[in-house]
Design a protein around this ligand. Structure first.
Ligand SMILES: [Zn+2]
Ligand SMILES: [Zn+2]
Length: 172
């Protein structure tokens, strides 16, 4: 407000015939001020317009990049599913328990080989929980296994194994 008042006073009421140099110098400073103010306003308008028009493009671009990185539904559903099963071993020796991965079958493919797990390997490296009897597991091509729910969430973000970074669908 003071700036506008001073500006008005300089232009319309100040008697500059006595001190012409001071008058023109002040006027030059004011003109520079006005110039930069206008420049700032134009820049703001330009940036807001760029933000409004480019944001949808950026969102689409990010979405595209993300869809390149994550695994597709078909890739996820083609992974072999297993059911984790624990059968009790010798009485008093929990380490002797046989932990097995029983194949549950996948779309048109036969993964009929049952796998035996050591108890120390029977945990999910995503949630760090030990597998419980009856839980559903997914096996990746790199031979790493995880809880089905945990690895599906991961693969929706990135199509690689969280442990060894091998691609889930290397052919594509
Ligand atoms: Zn898990
Ligand atoms: Zn792996």
């Amino acid at each position: 407000m003071w700036w506008a008042l001073g500006f008005g006073w300089m232009l319309f009421t100040y008697d500059h015939h006595g001190t012409p140099l001071l008058f023109w110098l002040t006027l030059a400073f004011l003109a520079t001020d006005v110039f930069f103010l206008a420049l700032r306003i134009i820049l703001y308008i330009f940036l807001s317009a760029a933000f409004c028009f480019c944001l949808p493009c950026i969102i689409v671009f990010m979405h595209y990049i993300n869809s390149q990185e994550r695994a597709s539904e078909a890739e996820i559903s083609s992974l072999p599913k297993y059911r984790y099963e624990v059968s009790n071993g010798d009485v008093g020796q929990p380490d002797n328990r046989a932990c097995r991965m029983i194949p549950m079958g996948t779309n048109g493919q036969d993964f009929s080989t049952e796998r035996v797990l050591r108890i120390e390997n029977a945990d999910c490296c995503i949630c760090l929980c030990q597998y419980e009897d009856g839980e559903q597991l997914l096996l990746l091509p790199c031979d790493h296994h995880f809880h089905s729910t945990c690895i599906v969430k991961w693969l929706m973000l990135k199509a690689t194994c969280p442990l060894c970074k091998v691609l889930v669908a290397p052919n594509e």
